[in-house]
Design a protein around this ligand. Sequence first.
Ligand code: ATP
Length: 240
Amino acid sequence: TTPDLVLDIAGLQVAYGGIQAVKGIDLQIRKGELVTLIGANGAGKTTTLNAIAGSLTPLRGEITYFGSPLKGRRTDQRVADGLVMIPEGRGVFARMTIIENLQMGAYLRNDKAQITRDVDRMFTLFPRLKERATQLAGTMSGGEQQMLAMARAMMSQPKLLLLDEPSMGLAPIMVDKIFEVIREIAAEGVTMLLVEQNARLALMAADRGYVMESGVITMAGDAKGMLDDPKVRAAYLGED
Ligand code: ATP
């Protein structure tokens, strides 16, 4: 095995009752990589993320995280090991303030001084959150809640961040801002798997990409190469 492999998925199958949503996929992520998984609605992308995060149990296949199988590990144990998912729809604590949400992100840590420094670092990365530190999260816009969800995830010191549709439902200016933040997080060295409907932005930000169709991976490669690929352009970038 490659020493810098963070995630190694082999032959993953996931089913909902009799409906098989993921039909045997292979996917690898190396340390420091930003990998994107693109594909149409219903292709099985969210299902794949949920299997990695531990909220769905695979039917078959192996998911190996830093050389150890994830099978049998609960979601909270995976989070404690740095495997953190930001779900679609963000999942911020609406009745808590921004700062309380950030502190919740660090609930498994006990390095108080460093937590305080990390909150400050998040406020530098997301000035908007600093302005609203004591406001209830539920009163913020969708884009601001997405930023909070990302900042909260960063507070847990992720080793692999799973992002599900961060741009979903956001105004174009907010989408740009979110992608700016994704690039900054990647530049800090955080390894990421990004599921996105906006294939163009995702491939522009990513190192490598995978295309998923009806539960299988149909293409994989260097993200820049995929941006130039005629089949990707026609099917996912709205060009001919
Ligand atoms: P989207 O962008 O819409 O989330 P996706 O690529 O993430 O698409 P999934 O959400 O993983 O796709 O769905 C894959 C398939 O599994 C779809 O056919 C979907 O209808 C089905 N599916 C998803 N969740 C469930 C569920 N809870 N019960 C039954 N079928 C489901």
